[in-house]
Design a protein around this ligand. Structure first.
Ligand SMILES: Nc1ncnc2c1ncn2[C@@H]1O[C@H](COP(=O)(O)OP(=O)(O)OP(=O)(O)O)[C@@H](O)[C@H]1O
Length: 306
């Protein structure tokens, strides 16, 4: 699918294939096209080119989607002066949803952890509470495809776990979920597959584990009892190099070296350091594996290194 806004190519021949009952994550730098793609799935954006099939139905060039699709982009649309409970009841009746009964509304609020504040006006809600209410609103019609833009945005760890549980439960029951996130750890915890977008193009699509395997040689932070000696040992280890000028993760840590090379060379290095009587205090990736893959594939690696 393709979509341009004037001169800006938001989506450039993007191919997205999501299996029923799967949780699929969209990830990419700011402006990569994630929201535009989610907007297409929700019928808020119309593609310029390509074809879109959802829940077995073909979607034409119109602001519409098949029944059974729900979600939100750029934060849920809520009525600030109404309570959480009134918001869900109002949305249910507007959409003529079958689950408009008060008991169903309260069950949904309970599911997303908002039952205690069901009688409070949404105007006083935090970002995380709004996100959770948005999720509850999307679940009113028991969707078969749920489309969520940054659903974990603004959530505290407990709220995040709750949302993760709700989404995992939905997927287990057969609902397909497509969501965007900037957080690789969230995607790892939640998604079966991810699509990595960069300036409107797919640079990776597949299981999260496969993404990690694409990261190639990783920069590792090395802290030892003898930085000068360790530097010599690194220089003498085949396939390994010191990364000059690259800052290690912890600031003010002058003793840390950053080394780059394949896993086998790092294993070799450990043996050599021990053989030279140098104690290894720390050896680990400068950035987590998935984040490194993200940075490498989206071309933001050098930027992150500065
Ligand atoms: N309605 C619009 N009018 C003009 N340009 C737009 C519009 N919507 C999106 N764009 C442009 O399309 C590109 C993709 O934007 P999009 O919001 O889809 O990215 P994103 O990956 O969701 O970014 P973010 O992570 O910042 O939310 C950007 O260059 C953006 O400026």
């Amino acid at each position: 699918m393709s979509k341009t806004f004037g001169e800006v190519i938001a989506l450039d021949g993007v191919d997205l294939d999501v299996a029923p009952g799967h949780i699929h994550g969209l990830v990419g730098p700011n402006g990569a096209g994630k929201t535009t793609l989610l907007g297409l799935l929700l019928g808020l954006v119309v593609a310029d080119g390509g074809t879109l099939e959802m829940l077995g139905a073909s979607v034409g060039r119109a602001f519409s989607v098949p029944g059974g699709v729900a979600g939100f982009v750029e934060g849920p649309g809520l009525y600030p002066t109404l309570t959480a409970r009134q918001n869900l009841a109002a949305l249910a009746s507007l959409r003529s949803e079958p689950t408009a009964r008060a008991a169903d509304v309260d069950a949904l609020l309970d599911r997303v952890g908002l039952l205690e504040v069901a009688g409070d006006a949404v105007r006083g809600f935090s970002l995380g509470m709004r996100q959770r209410l948005g999720l509850a609103a999307a679940l009113l019609g028991e969707p078969r495809l749920l489309v969520l833009d940054e659903p974990a945005n603004g959530l505290d760890p407990a709220g995040k776990r709750q949302v993760h549980e709700v989404l995992a439960g939905l997927a287990e029951a057969g609902t397909t979920v497509v969501l965007s996130s900037h957080r690789m750890d969230d995607l790892t915890a939640l998604c079966d597959e991810v699509t990595l977008l960069s300036t409107g193009r797919v640079v990776f699509s597949g299981p999260v584990a496969k993404l990690a395997a694409e990261s190639g040689d990783l920069d590792h932070r090395l802290v030892t009892s003898d930085p000068v000696g360790a530097r010599r040992v690194v220089d003498g280890t085949p396939s390994l190099s010191l990364v000059p000028g690259r800052r290690a993760q912890a600031p003010r840590d002058e003793q840390a070296l950053v080394v780059r090379g394949p896993e086998a060379a790092l294993d070799d290095l450990v043996g050599r350091l021990v053989g030279a009587g140098i104690a290894i205090r720390e050896l680990g990736p400068v950035v987590p594996l998935l984040e490194a893959a993200f940075l490498a594939l989206t071309g933001t690696d050098e930027e992150a290194a500065r």
